[in-house]
Design a protein around this ligand. Sequence first.
Ligand code: NI
Length: 240
Amino acid sequence: MKHVVNKSLVSQIHDVLREDIVDLRLAPGARIAVDAMARRFGVSRTPVRDALNWLVEEGLVQLSPRVGYFVVQLTPQDVEEIADVRKMIELYALDRAFGRFEPGELEAMEQELEQTLALPDRRRQETFDRIDRRFHMRLIARSGNRRLQELAERIYVFVDIMRHLNVRPVEALHEHLAIVRAMRAGDREQATRLLAKHIDNVKAVILQDARARIASTDGTRRDDRDDRVEWQGRRRRAPS
Ligand code: NI
């Protein structure tokens, strides 16, 4: 007989682990021990395994047969691919979103960005995580295409991970501000160009960091694992 699992229990464990991965509390590449997690949540191993398998489907956890579960570690190629898909989605969304914003919405976005830029460093970093996601998701939502939104939700969990590695929130906020201002001015061409540049800049800074780490480990031949991006703990560092 197939065992019956408590769906809401599995989904609660899934949600906690997902957040730990996205916020880098669980380090990329770290092994996730089922036993330890069962103890942590005070449950049996079954719901933990179900939650982990769910995360495997989402691409956030990798299952190595007979070895165990590991937190995903994005390679430079992953970073390139995600940024490219992001660009396709957002440039299309921006084009469609033009003229679809509610009255005062762009103005409110501009004000929010200005206020965030004026915050002290630590608070700005925290706020940045939230408003960066909202900025991009709002743009996608305003395209009016629900399927595009669903597609984006699946991919943007990786964008969330990358956001926590973005050590240039001030520059990113200024870039957002310029995009919003171009939109308010009705300059579609400029807004498109600035959004493409913003996504490229985020990609470049993460790739540069990834490659620097690879180069600093050992100049010679590396195996697949060493090629993976190591970026744990970046989030807790105060932005410069
Ligand atoms: Ni952004």
